[in-house]
Design a protein. Structure first.
Length: 366
């Protein structure tokens, strides 16, 4: 299971600059609309100090981190839902991802034009989301046209679906994103089958100037964007794309000094990935042996049986038990032997709910 994030935003918001910083790539970041047409794709390891510590303890032949795939999707514009600026093509790319990284311009730069004419982060965010809403309404209308005929014929399932679709359509018409609605499990399952764009969680990235990163407090414009995200049950972080891109070009010691100089708690990549994991309720478990120490991404609430299938379908098919202990206990005691002698490794069944930081050995009949 690998997290896939689509980076979206208005042209010249700094999407490609942030993509470069995240993936250490050098894709074009020119100051004109539609510099990016086909999405650039980058797969990056998830920074995790726990995996590094496990590698020191086990000394495996191979260390495999969890990964995140980033898609740098071209800048959307007003009218994208109707095909403006190749909008239909760009919106199709969004359907492929788990979450959206919405880069919003929060910096002034006379050399970089603003596609909307002036800087207004909340208005800019709303422009993009209006296009997503309009596209989703188009999807709903097509489905409604088909389901109404079935409902009229007396089909009870069609009637239930019709009621759910009309409820969601009304909410979207009032400007509410699908991800912010209070929906039942059945309604959510229905919407997922339609691949609605606004059902995807959104992490807003306030792309600020260097001066703002030196300040502890957010500017009023940036704070307004954070409040906007909160109202939608989404999240926001503050980054300076220009600084992050510069950091990627430095050596490790220089990078640490740079981060300290600008009072950054962590590098942008780490901050963004951790925020995206939190937004999606993603966590990490580990498998370790002399051959490999590996991190695995799972959705909160997953069971040992689910985890076995992530590692190998044979483990899931022949599942007997899972031997489980926690990273914190292993680190505290220093070795797996000491941990087992202390009785801190348990055998769990397939319904065991995995915790973030669990180290698991699967016992299988295959």
């Amino acid at each position: 299971m690998s997290l896939q994030c689509g980076i979206i935003g208005l042209p010249n918001a700094g999407k490609s600059t942030i993509f470069n910083a995240l993936t250490a790539s050098q894709v074009p970041a020119e100051s004109y609309p539609f510099c990016t047409i086909d999405p650039n794709v980058g797969v990056v390891p998830v920074p995790d100090e726990r995996l590094e510590q496990l590698a020191r303890i086990y000394q495996p032949g191979k260390v495999t981190p969890a990964t995140v795939k980033f898609l740098d999707i071209a800048g959307l514009v007003r009218g994208a839902s109707k095909g403006e600026g190749l909008g239909n093509q760009f919106l199709a790319h969004i359907r492929e991802v788990d979450a959206l990284i919405h880069v919003v311009r929060c910096f002034e730069d006379p050399d970089v034009s603003h596609v909307e004419g002036s800087l207004d982060p909340v208005k800019d965010a709303g422009t993009i989301e209006t296009e997503l809403l309009l596209k989703d309404l188009e999807t709903l209308e097509k489905r409604l046209a088909r389901i109404k005929k079935l409902a009229a014929s007396g089909d009870s399932e069609a009637r239930e679906e019709l009621a759910a679709l009309e409820k969601v359509r009304q909410e979207l018409n009032e400007g509410r994103l699908a991800c912010a609605l209070d929906l039942s499990d059945e309604e959510l399952a229905l919407l997922r089958s339609l691949f609605l764009l606004t059902l995807k969680p959104i992490l807003y990235v306030a792309n600020v100037g260097e001066g703002e990163m030196e300040q502890e407090e957010r500017s009023p414009q940036v704070q307004a964007l954070f409040d906007f995200a909160t109202r939608e049950n989404n999240r926001a972080i503050r980054l300076c794309g220009k600084l992050e891109q510069e950091i990627t070009l430095l050596g490790e010691s220089e990078r640490e000094a740079f981060v300290e100089e600008y009072h950054l708690r962590e590098a942008g990549l780490t901050k963004l990935i951790h925020a995206a994991y939190g937004l999606l309720d993603y966590q990490t478990f580990f498998t370790c042996n002399p051959n490999e120490a590996r991190a695995w991404t799972f959705h909160q609430g997953a069971t040992a049986w689910d985890a076995a299938g992530m590692v190998h379908t044979d483990f899931q098919r022949g599942f007997i038990k899972a031997e489980v202990f926690h990273y914190d206990e292993l680190l505290r005691l220093g070795s797996e032997k000491a941990l087992k002698e202390a009785g801190l490794a348990g055998l769990e069944g397939k319904d065991y709910r995995i915790r973030d930081g669990d180290v698991i050995y699967f016992k299988s009949s295959t």
